[in-house]
Design a protein. Structure first.
Length: 547
């Protein structure tokens, strides 16, 4: 006997055997039992979720001669012929290859014939969204007023492509993706029935790779049996799918949490040497980080994602902050998309990992402690003295005899209070400008292209002048629009804190002087104050004699 694929051999034959679609099977069972079935149904959902299977079970229930209740008996001649695909009362049409008006005209002629064995003549039109507009129009009248014995079941993965005139004439059922837990349970039943021994980790890998489609999962299980014999291991599944092991994902997540850029890049080189698909690794990494984020937000929420042992996932999630995970997921998802179009996907992935490590993944407590330590160190360096806690409270000085501080002492006192708003330099703004443009590229890509030639020119307090080349007048005018200007000021505030005001101008060339001179002048004054000496200003000819 010819071997039958697992997904065909174990296709559900009753409503009760269909998993993950209880909201649909319950409705159809009630309709069959009460005799209130419709004449047109639209089954929507992703691949492998049971659309065609449910249509065949419904066809059997409508034509079953020995039915007791809503379930077909699977013993009568009608049920047997439908199970074997030989029934003349159940006609399957592939709309992807029979999509023209002539095929629909043929259907309209044949639908008039009465059923030969059962009570209904059922037409199952798969991938109905592939029909042409003319074919849809030809189907309208038949779909609205079919013969009393006819039932049409339309199945599609893309319901948005079906005309509204068709949708309004059908009862619509949306099939859900099957949850990993339900899928693993079904895979165990099939494996036991087929005499297969499958590792628990292998079942989790299959369920995750199937992405909610049971048919895909059974196909992978079938391929695993052909690859590894009657015992299927997690390694077999990795070899079939080309995916990386969960320990590699854990290692990479640990490097991101510890900001270990070097080890992260070495792991990429290791995966490249093993011949792994780096884009698939980026996708898996984004999914794993998403599972950690779910675990961070709601403990045990990631259990349904089948990303390894729950305790292991929880332990890794504890190493990250929520903000760090959000940023890491964004970076990896963006990298996976960019790798699709890149001729050098390895470089795209490596740059993404460098950014992810820079974003940091310290836990909330550790991050706060590190930031406090950095602030304390900076304050101590500005003050120039080590801050010591006095053993006894100092006696309050007599205000009557307290001398007012001299101007120079007042200046030192101000310096020791820490950085102020006006200490933000133009150089710091220019460094932040790269991060600002990176955020803009992700959030508002058209505006990013408009600011591509812009650069900070001058800074006075919290007022920044942004320059465009003289040839880019349109870019400056677009930037001056109220909504665009407000967005840019908000971005700058997010990066450098505070409320900013931005003005725009066009400059003639890149050598136009900016307002760095006042800052440089202040540096000269500070050097003279600290070290003494006399300032000597040379003209151009005198400067030339020094070299």
């Amino acid at each position: 006997m010819t071997y039958l694929a697992l997904y065909r051999e174990w296709r559900p034959r009753t409503f009760g055997e269909i998993i993950g679609q209880e909201h649909i099977t319950r409705t159809l069972k009630n309709a069959v039992e009460s005799g209130r079935t419709g004449h047109a149904y639209l089954f929507c959902g992703t691949r492998g979720t049971g659309k065609t299977t449910t249509a065949k079970v419904l066809a059997k229930a409508l034509n079953c001669a020995g039915r007791e209740g809503p379930e077909p008996c699977n013993r009568c001649e009608s049920c047997k012929s439908i199970n074997e695909g030989l029934s003349v009362d159940v006609i399957e049409i592939d709309a992807a290859s029979n999509r023209g008006i002539d095929e629909i005209r043929d259907l309209r002629e044949k639908i008039k014939f009465a059923p030969t064995m059962g009570n209904s003549r059922v037409y199952i039109i798969d991938e109905v969204h592939m029909l042409t507009n003319e074919a849809f129009n030809a189907l309208l009248k038949t779909l609205e007023e079919p013969p009393r014995h006819a039932v049409l079941i339309l199945a599609t993965t893309e319901p948005h492509k079906v005309p509204l005139t068709i949708l309004s004439r059908c009862q619509r059922f949306d099939f859900r993706r099957i949850l990993p837990a339900d899928m693993i349970k079904r895979l165990k039943e099939v494996a036991a029935g087929a005499g297969l021994e499958v590792e628990e980790e292998a079942l989790r890998l299959i369920a995750r790779a199937a992405e909610g489609g049971l048919r895909d999962a059974l196909s992978i299980l079938d391929q695993g049996a052909a690859f590894g014999g009657m015992k299927i291991t997690a390694g077999d599944v990795h070899n079939i799918l080309g995916t990386v092991r969960i320990d590699a994902l854990n290692r990479m997540a640990g490097h991101l949490a510890g900001r270990e850029t070097g080890p992260a890049l070495r792991l990429v080189a290791e995966l490249t040497g093993e011949g792994k698909d780096l884009r698939l690794f980026a996708r898996e990494m984004a999914g794993y980080l998403r599972a950690l984020l779910l675990e961070k937000i709601s403990p045990h929420a990631a259990a349904e994602e089948a990303w390894g042992e729950p305790a292991q996932v929880a332990g890794m999630a504890a190493k990250f902050s929520k903000e760090g995970l959000v940023r890491a997921v964004e970076i990896m998802a963006e990298a996976e998309q960019n790798m699709k179009w890149s001729a050098m996907p390895a470089i795209v992935l490596e740059l993404a990992l460098v950014r992810a490590c820079s974003a940091g993944g310290l836990s909330d407590t550790e991050s706060l402690s590190a930031r406090l330590a950095a602030v304390e160190e900076k304050l101590n360096s500005l003050a120039g003295v080590e801050v010591k806690t006095p053993a006894k409270p100092a006696a309050a000085p007599d205000r009557k005899h307290q001398e007012a501080p001299r101007p120079r002492e007042q200046g030192l006192a101000i310096e020791q209070t820490g950085p102020q708003d006006n200490e933000i330099s133009l150089e710091k703004v220019r460094q932040a400008w790269f991060d600002l443009m990176d955020i803009m590229r992700r959030e508002r890509l058209p505006l990013y292209h408009n600011y591509a030639k812009a650069q900070p020119l001058a800074l006075k307090g919290r007022s920044l002048t942004v320059g465009f080349p003289a040839s880019d007048v349109l870019g400056r005018e677009m930037a001056e629009r109220a909504d665009n200007k407000k967005y840019l000021e908000g971005l700058l505030g997010r990066l450098l804190q505070g409320k900013w005001q931005i003005t725009f101008k066009n400059y003639q060339d890149k050598t136009e002087p900016t307002e760095q001179e006042p800052a440089a002048r202040d540096a000269v004054v500070e050097v003279k104050r600290r070290f003494g000496g006399e300032e000597i200003i040379l003209d151009d000819e005198e400067q030339g004699t020094l070299f």
